[in-house]
Design a protein. Structure first.
Length: 594
């Protein structure tokens, strides 16, 4: 018995889904629209809502530290005229935030970010569904099953292995929109929609420029595969590529102009940039700082992606080409820090391409599982499919064991004999139902745990907003606040006693709600990537504040630096001169304040 048969799939090479790449210039856009059938759009929308319900949504955590000041238009307010961090956000290069600058005056950021959060999930699920259609997932029932598996798969949640790129998160950031657009770009290229594919990469650049740079390698490999196999006409490719690049230039241009307008663009950093990355957040950039366990995990994930796509044979050849292109980008990211210290090169975040490893591993493995579950199979093959489901859709670490089921070997004789001779069909069915019940209970428990965590994070973020509202109504517009510096490596020991939700919620909703300056926040260090001149201020302030261990020390520091107010964790008894407090925090005057 072959591996195909052991998995309940037809033996031998499956007939390929036709992907006609003989295109004429201009036809890609029309054919792209024709490829979007209504049930795929409806399922993508439903899947996005279900997925967001499962992962949850919080406003103000993570990189919202940069986004909320932009939508609030803080850079245009006089009290922020000398704030190097807030002023640097004028050159935050994503086109999304160029469009949304100052939008809080018209739209509540909570609903705006939630809508964008759902949109990013919709685009990713739509991209996965369309790509899965090229892997044989075509009927409505198959699409429904595939969408459900996507919503459940833990490999699509959190951040990527050995690169920390965002996947399905509980917070909106623009990079997750780029994930979905990149999948749609791959689908367009695989189906011969060259013009649309390249135009979409222009949109990717508008959203996140370095993701579009990554995409250049898989674009070249997919087109090269088409030329090598005769599925792509050279003259047609040139015409379609020229039109696609011309269309891509439209969304690319405003981002490029904004980058060129940055006074820091092209200037030398003036400090050792790799050392800064190592001190701030090395996981996007420096392979030497990635824990060994993460490297093992990303290797197992790549094995899963390659094996599952290989199992689908000629249907998946262009997707394998894309995967290998992204693997080449990752390999380049491993060696680049050894060759250069250039911020412009290191800022390509090459290790974050591991995000696409998760997306393509999910595409291949979940498409394969869908085909297995959708067929009439012998008992042992059904057991294999159930085991694969449990590995792919329950605990994330179990996903890394899934490649063991897909290795190119015959199934063990003991496994076959067990189901052929020793297990009655009724007993096997009962065992299968019990396994499914356990998996459902585990998934449900993990979902409830995630909801509880999101609720705690949201409560802390709401406390910061309450502090901000008090500050806006009760302090002078030019008042400066000293907030806890959370995230600095110097505080690793101290932070062990800080609840995770306080660390995750951050302080961004305080500045957004208060319209008052914050002295420093560790997460603001990311601004050094587009404004290197901020490095000296950020480094000196974070180190100084991280060294302050007691409230009297912090108040003395505030007085010495003209900081009017100190925000302190006040989980227990309140200090006597408290001005305002919430459940977790309180605002006090600096030692020299009236």
């Amino acid at each position: 018995m072959t591996l195909d048969a052991s998995l309940g799939l037809p033996a031998g090479r499956p007939s390929p889904v036709p992907w006609s790449m003989r295109v004429r210039a201009g036809h890609g856009l029309r054919r792209a629209a024709q490829g979007l059938c209504s049930d795929t759009l409806v399922l993508s929308a439903a899947g996005a809502l279900v997925s967001v319900a499962l992962t949850g949504f919080v406003l103000g955590a993570s990189n919202n530290l940069f986004h909320l000041p932009i939508v609030a238009g803080l850079a245009d307010e006089p009290q922020f005229g000398a704030d190097a961090f807030v002023q640097s956000l004028r050159f935050f290069a994503s086109g999304i935030w160029l469009l949304l600058r100052g939008s809080a005056a018209q739209v509540d950021p909570y609903w705006l970010f939630l809508a964008l959060h759902v949109l990013s999930r919709f685009l990713t699920i739509l991209g996965l569904l369309l790509c899965a259609g090229q892997l044989g997932i075509r009927g409505r029932n198959q699409k429904i099953l595939f969408t459900a598996l996507v919503c459940l798969a833990p490999m699509l949640r959190g951040v990527s292995y050995a690169g920390a790129g965002g996947l399905f998160l509980n917070v909106f950031t623009h990079s997750e929109i780029a994930n979905g657009l990149s999948l749609l770009m791959i689908w367009c290229l695989v189906t011969g929609r060259i013009t649309a594919g390249l135009a979409l990469n222009g949109l990717v650049f508008f959203v996140n420029a370095f993701v579009a740079v990554w995409n250049a390698v898989p674009i070249a490999l997919i087109c090269g595969y088409g030329l090598a196999t005769g599925r792509l006409d050279r003259a047609g490719l040139v015409r379609s590529a020229a039109l696609g690049l011309a269309l891509a230039a439209v969304p690319v241009l405003p981002v490029v102009l904004n980058v060129l307008a940055n006074p820091s663009f092209g200037r030398p950093a003036g400090f050792d940039y790799p050392t800064f990355l190592r001190d701030f957040y090395p996981h996007h950039f420096l392979i030497g700082e990635v824990p060994a366990g993460q490297l093992v995990s990303v290797a197992a994930l790549l094995l899963l992606a390659n094996l599952s796509l290989w199992r689908l044979r000629s249907r998946s050849a262009p997707f394998l080409a894309a995967l290998w292109g992204y693997m080449a980008v990752y390999a380049l990211g491993m060696v680049v820090p050894l060759l250069t210290s250039s911020p412009a090169v290191l800022n390509l975040h090459l290790l974050r391409v591991s995000t696409v490893f998760h997306l393509l591993a999910a595409l291949g493995s979940l498409a394969l599982l869908t085909r297995m579950l959708h067929r009439r199979m012998p008992l042992h093959a059904r057991a294999t499919a159930l085991l694969l489901f449990c590995l792919l859709c329950t605990l994330r670490p179990l996903t890394l064991l899934a490649p063991l089921l897909l290795l190119p070997r015959r199934p063990p004789r003991l496994w076959l004999d067990l189901f052929r001779r020793r297990v009655p069909a009724r007993a096997a069915g009962a065992a299968g139902l019990a396994a499914l019940a356990c998996a459902a209970a585990l998934i449900g428990g993990l979902t409830l745990k995630g909801w509880a965590h999101n609720r705690r994070v949201a409560q802390v973020a709401a406390e910061w907003e309450a502090l901000g509202r008090w500050a806006r109504s009760g302090t002078a517009p030019d008042a400066i606040f000293l907030v806890p510096v959370i995230g600095a490596p110097d505080l690793a020991e101290v932070l062990r006693d800080v609840p995770r939700e306080i660390q995750e919620a951050g302080t961004s909703r305080f500045e957004y709600a208060s319209h008052r300056r914050v002295w420093v926040d560790f997460g603001r260090g990311a601004a050094v990537m587009w404004h290197p001149g901020y490095h000296a201020e950020w480094r000196s302030r974070t180190r100084a504040v991280a060294a302050l261990r007691t409230l009297p020390e912090r108040r003395a520091y505030a007085t010495a630096n003209g900081i009017a107010y100190v925000v302190e964790r006040c989980a227990g008894e309140s200090p006597p001169d408290i001005l305002f407090r919430t459940r977790s925090f309180c605002i006090l005057p600096g030692a020299g304040s009236g």
